[in-house]
Design a protein around this ligand. Structure first.
Ligand SMILES: C[S@@+](CC[C@H](N)C(=O)[O-])C[C@H]1O[C@@H](n2cnc3c(N)ncnc32)[C@H](O)[C@@H]1O
Length: 216
């Protein structure tokens, strides 16, 4: 079980410059018509699958899958398709701070507008819990990460569900992906598994399964 150490509580809300950067990100994503680029990925469709399918290593059965920071929903659509190829049925849900990105995600999954929300993941109170919750570690500044992961586990994930933390590096800048497994361990979460793509590595995911029977 995660240990609860007293931490300095980060100042709320997220800093204005961080929020301004997210607003600029939405502008940048929407400059492209390409669904993968609208999700912030510039490496093309083959690398997209190679570097994102690894997330499914954390998925072992059917369930509701929330992408926290879903952008235009492209990753969710692909994960559902790739999971289906493995005989696993995922139901896509998303939340993003960018309203125009969420609108694109809603259009990608017509008939289910309520599965996609516009919200800041830092202070969002989800209306329900999900079996799988996937978030990039950099949805908040580093000083907020410990509390952010606790909130994801405590508010978002259903009992027995899985919290998946992800990180992407950059091949053009030679930047390895942040070590999310080490991060989860340092925060006191038992790491149920971890996986990576590439030598750098370019993608890292790590997950923790919450105890069944009680939410964290
Ligand atoms: C790099 S894209 C990730 C898209 C997709 N989830 C993936 O992993 O390929 C990051 C998205 O997360 C969103 N985001 C970042 N921080 C967020 C926050 N605190 N609350 C809500 N959305 C956030 C951004 O608006 C952006 O659309």
């Amino acid at each position: 079980m995660p240990q609860r150490r007293p931490d300095p509580v980060p100042a709320e809300p997220l800093p204005a410059d961080f929020l301004a950067r997210l607003a600029r990100l939405e502008e940048a994503y929407l400059r492209s018509d390409d669904p993968v680029e609208q999700s912030g990925f510039g490496g093309g469709p083959e690398r997209w699958r190679a570097e994102r399918e690894v997330i499914l290593r954390a998925v072992d059965r059917d369930g509701d899958f929330l992408d926290v920071g879903c952008a235009n929903g492209c990753l969710l659509g692909c994960l559902c398709d790739w999971a289906r190829e493995r005989g696993i049925a995922l139901t896509p849900h998303g939340v993003d701070i960018g309203p125009r990105l969420v609108e694109l995600a809603r259009r990608r999954f017509p008939g289910h507008p309520d599965r996609f929300r516009v919200a800041n993941a830092w202070d969002w109170q989800p209306p329900r819990r999900y079996r799988y919750v996937y978030s990039l570690y950099d949805n908040v500044p580093p000083a907020f990460l410990r509390e952010y992961v606790r909130r994801l586990a405590g508010r978002y994930v259903e009992p027995g569900g899985t919290l998946i933390l992800g990180a992407y590096g950059s091949s053009s800048r030679g930047e390895p992906a942040f070590d999310v497994g080490r991060c989860l361990r340092r925060l006191g979460f038992p790491v149920g598994g971890a996986a990576s793509v590439g030598d750098l590595p370019l993608t890292r995911v790590a997950w923790t399964r919450l105890p069944a029977g009680a939410a964290f």
